[in-house]
Write a protein that binds this ligand. Sequence first.
Ligand SMILES: [Cu+2]
Length: 180
Amino acid sequence: MTKSAVPALFFLAFAAISSVSDSAQRPLILDAFSPVSPAVSPKSSSSAFSDLHSLGQAVATEPAEIVWTAVPGPGKKCPINDDYYFKYVFSEKPKMGMVILKIQIFDKNNNQVVPYKAMGRSDMPSMRGVHDSGDVEFKLNRKNDYLLPVNVVMPGDWEIRVVFRLNDQPVFHGIIRFEV
Ligand SMILES: [Cu+2]
């Protein structure tokens, strides 16, 4: 735990205490966090800390957690929102070497459109980070296809994380998985 985290945790502890309806629990929690209390056994202290830990995770005011949609297989429709859906294909069955991921976005009338910026990031989930491509922007061709080269450097499990953005705001997070 960093020093700067401590005041935040105490704040959370007091927020928790003030919301505890069973007043019988209050003395235990207060004892556990009071620096002047000599009477706290290691056991009650550690259990109070683990309670606080889970509390901190539950009420952390981080931005809403990203939901990564598992994209259905090649050629299948994947909804983006009420207005758009997309499909993907690979230029060929993925194997060792470079493969091109092609994404096509369609509107409600099945017109192929380019409403978003698309970013892709490939990696191997089983050894995350080792072959991480970082974020790479898809390039558009004249047919409104979004194209992303993916460098498959090892056989095994692969994923491509795809994010569509409108004015820098993400509107969709999806994961394409494949085996080589
Ligand atoms: Cu690997």
